[in-house]
Structures are given as structure tokens and as C-alpha cells.
Design a binder for this molecule. Structure first.
Ligand code: ATP
Ligand code: MG
Length: 383
């Protein structure tokens, strides 16, 4: 008898011809997430089986698996040969109290006893051996699962641990996540990673108006989300000169609109240079003045072709906070350092900005060369 971890995957079975590609991705991602443990991973039909781990590592292995997208659920199980007597012997050793039910799944149609009959037989054995146990098929305290697989092995377990599901993270870093130090953008990266989008990170600061500690905070956030989003590089671009130029030359109420448009313009230049296919932001409709439909439209209009994904667009703040807590970014996000969006903050930012006015304001300075200059001086760090 062996303790194993059974892994069931989520949407991959829908993938038809591409199934093998996604299964390989998932297996590679699982291997990568668990590389620090000395264990083995076997692929069997519809499952992965993790074996040969140290039992004291189980909780850590589970928590690392929670960061791998594409997994529907996992169970810690006992593995036995799919032989009637062997399974019966194992079930004789089960000790439990209270209500229970046996659930058999016979993926191996060559197994000689039908699921319902085997459930009754195993249930009777458990009743015989446990004087304080009784059967409740509707709402049992303990569900004894017997999963008889096609590979000649059966798995006996009591719990399903449900994970985030989604699609396995792709091989290429196709997304560029605009990561501020706030609560929303790390969650936005997580949400897109859940759909298989691997991302690198772009962060803007306004040093010396923003403190060097603000940068440390964002690096820390990047490290926390790395296991989810699979990032490798973080680009840090200074907005100081651009913001000063807007401040000196342009309408004060357009400061945030212009800043946000410049962020997107820089993101698109980097996307073209380093072959990112999409830009991700943590914007949410109506959350702040720059995130009205009109504000978002102007931000959208700042780019040429690169799509902007806004996975939090319809999320409430409390929903975002609860995800931030779940992925462990919340406590870091609320550390009190300035973001470049809070530098030169207008007293009354425009709520319904107009595109012609924004373009007119941008034309007051030599924006293309300031953008290029900011990119030439950017810092690239490995996460
Ligand atoms: P967050 O909590 O993610 O900071 P927010 O609600 O404070 O978001 P804004 O400050 O308007 O909203 O920013 C909207 C989005 O723009 C952010 O979610 C992020 O994707 C991007 N963004 C804002 N500031 C920065 C920055 N300093 N560096 C990189 N991206 C930024
Ligand atoms: Mg912010």
C-alpha cells in the first residue's frame, strides 16, 4: 500500500485534437511546481499520480499544486492493485465512526464486480468492522471512494480538494501585466494566468516623487504572483519626466488621463519590441474617475492594435480583496507607499475626458521622444 496524490484536470478533456499538447503543458507545469521535492509523477488515463513523496511534505505539495492552473481537484489516496481480494483486505482495515457511504468508480470495465454490487459488498465489510458506523447514502459524514482505474491500480480516498481549475499556463510569456503596488493588478494577473496566459511585468514609478520602497514592494508582489503567472522579467519605467512635462504644460484635470494613455503607449512599444501579444490591467468599471467608460475608452485609444485585457472589469472591490487575500498579495498591496498615479494628482480629475482634448494636450509636448527616452532608461530585473 502506498500513499499517493491523485490529480484530476479540468477543461482539458474539451480540447479534442489539442488535448495532448495541453496535457504535456500541465504535466510540465506540475513538475516545475514540485521540482524541489523528490517525487515521481505518472500520467494514467484521466489522472496524474504523484508517488514517492515524504509524508511530512503532503501539505506543502498540496499548497504548491494550488498554484498550478488546469487542475480540477486532487485527493490524497491509498493505492492498491485492482484485485478484488486486495481491495477487500484494504477496506477491512478502515476504521470510522458515524454515517458513511461507499462510492465505487469502475473506469476499468474488466474489473469483475459491478460498481453498485461492490459498493454494497464493501459497505457490509465496513459495517461489520466498525460498531459505531452506519450507512447514509444521502448525506454521509465519510465518503469512502474506491476509484478503479484502467492501469490495474485502484485508489481509495475520502476527500476531494478543489483547486482553481482553468487552463495550464502556456509556454510563452504572451502577456504584459501592468503591475502597480495596488490591490487590483496582482489579482488581474492571477485571473489571466488562470486562463493559461503566462505574463511578464511592467511597472511605472515616479522616482524621486515615489519612494524606492515602493519599488521593493512591487518586486515583492511580483515574487508572490510568480508561481501563478510564470513571469521572468519585470520592466521598471520611470514616468517622472513625462509627468513633469504634463504638469507644466497641460490641463491639470487631464493629468491622470494623459498619464494612463502614456502607460499604455509605453506598454505597446514594449509589447512590439519583446513580442507580447496583449496588455493586462487591473481596471474595474467605475472604481475611480479614470475608470469610467469614457476614461477607459481614452486609455484604449492610446494604443494602436495590441489588445488590452481587463479581467476585473466587472468585479466589486470586496470580490477583488477576497481574491487578493486568497493569493496572499493583500498584505503587501496595502503597505502605504505612493504610486505614480498619486503624484501630481489633480484636484478635480476629469470624469468624462474627451479624446480630441487629450490628443491636443499631448501635442503640447514632444511626447514620442519622452516615451522613447523613458524606455531607453528603463530597468529590467529578473524575478
Ligand atoms: P491597482 O490596485 O492595481 O493599483 P487601481 O484601482 O489603483 O489599481 P489605477 O491606479 O487607476 O487603479 O490603475 C489602474 C490599472 O493601471 C492598474 O490596475 C494597473 O494595471 C495599471 N497601473 C496603475 N499604476 C501603475 C503603475 N505604477 N505601474 C504599472 N501599472 C500601473
Ligand atoms: Mg493604483
Amino acid at each position: 500500500m502506498n500513499k499517493v496524490i491523485l490529480i484530476r484536470y479540468s477543461e482539458i478533456h474539451l480540447k479534442g485534437n489539442n488535448r495532448h499538447y495541453f496535457l504535456k503543458l500541465l504535466r510540465d507545469n506540475i513538475k516545475n511546481a514540485l521540482k524541489k521535492y523528490n517525487l515521481s509523477i505518472e500520467e494514467i488515463p484521466s489522472r496524474y499520480v504523484i508517488r514517492n513523496f515524504d509524508e511530512k511534505d503532503v501539505e506543502n505539495v498540496i499548497s504548491d499544486l494550488k498554484k498550478v492552473f488546469g487542475i480540477f481537484s486532487i485527493s490524497v489516496a491509498d493505492e492498491v492493485d485492482s484485485n478484488v481480494d486486495t481491495i477487500i483486505d484494504f477496506v477491512k482495515g478502515i476504521s470510522l465512526e458515524g454515517s458513511f457511504k461507499v462510492h465505487c468508480k469502475r473506469a476499468d470495465k474488466k474489473f469483475p464486480i459491478k460498481s453498485l454490487d461492490f459498493e454494497a459488498q464493501l459497505g457490509a465489510i465496513i459495517l461489520d468492522n466498525n460498531k459505531k458506523a452506519f450507512v447514509d447514502v444521502k448525506n454521509p459524514d465519510t465518503l469512502v471512494n474506491v476509484d478503479i482505474r484502467e492501469n490495474g491500480k485502484s485508489f481509495i480516498f475520502y476527500k476531494f480538494i478543489y483547486l482553481a481549475g482553468g487552463m495550464p499556463l502556456g509556454e510563452n510569456r504572451d502577456g504584459l501585466l501592468l503591475l502597480s503596488g495596488g490591490i487590483d493588478s496582482p489579482v488581474a494577473g492571477y485571473m489571466m494566468a488562470k486562463r493559461g496566459l503566462r505574463q511578464d511585468i511592467l511597472h511605472f514609478n515616479s522616482y524621486p516623487y515615489t519612494s524606492p520602497m515602493a519599488k521593493d514592494k512591487v518586486v515583492e508582489l511580483a515574487k508572490i504572483i510568480k508561481p501563478y503567472i510564470g513571469c521572468r522579467y519585470m520592466y521598471i519605467v520611470s514616468m517622472t519626466q513625462i509627468q513633469e512635462q504634463f504638469h507644466i504644460n497641460c490641463k491639470e484635470e487631464y493629468a491622470i488621463t494623459l498619464l494612463r494613455r502614456s502607460m499604455i503607449k509605453i506598454a505597446e512599444i514594449l509589447a512590439e519590441k519583446y513580442r507580447y501579444k496583449t496588455i493586462i490591467t487591473g481596471e474595474s468599471l467605475g472604481q475611480v474617475a479614470s475608470q469610467t467608460i469614457e476614461g477607459l475608452t481614452l486609455t484604449d485609444n492610446a494604443r494602436k492594435t495590441t489588445p488590452i485585457l481587463r479581467p476585473l472589469i466587472a468585479f466589486n472591490k470586496d470580490e477583488i480583496i477576497s481574491l487578493a487575500k486568497q493569493i496572499n498579495t493583500f498584505e503587501t498591496s496595502i503597505l502605504p507607499y505612493e504610486d505614480c498615479c498619486t503624484v501630481f494628482l489633480p484636484k478635480q480629475p476629469v470624469i468624462k475626458p474627451k479624446l480630441d482634448i487629450a490628443i491636443n494636450e499631448e501635442a503640447k509636448i514632444d511626447l514620442p521622444s519622452f516615451l522613447q527616452n523613458a524606455i531607453q532608461n528603463m530597468e529590467i530585473i529578473q524575478i
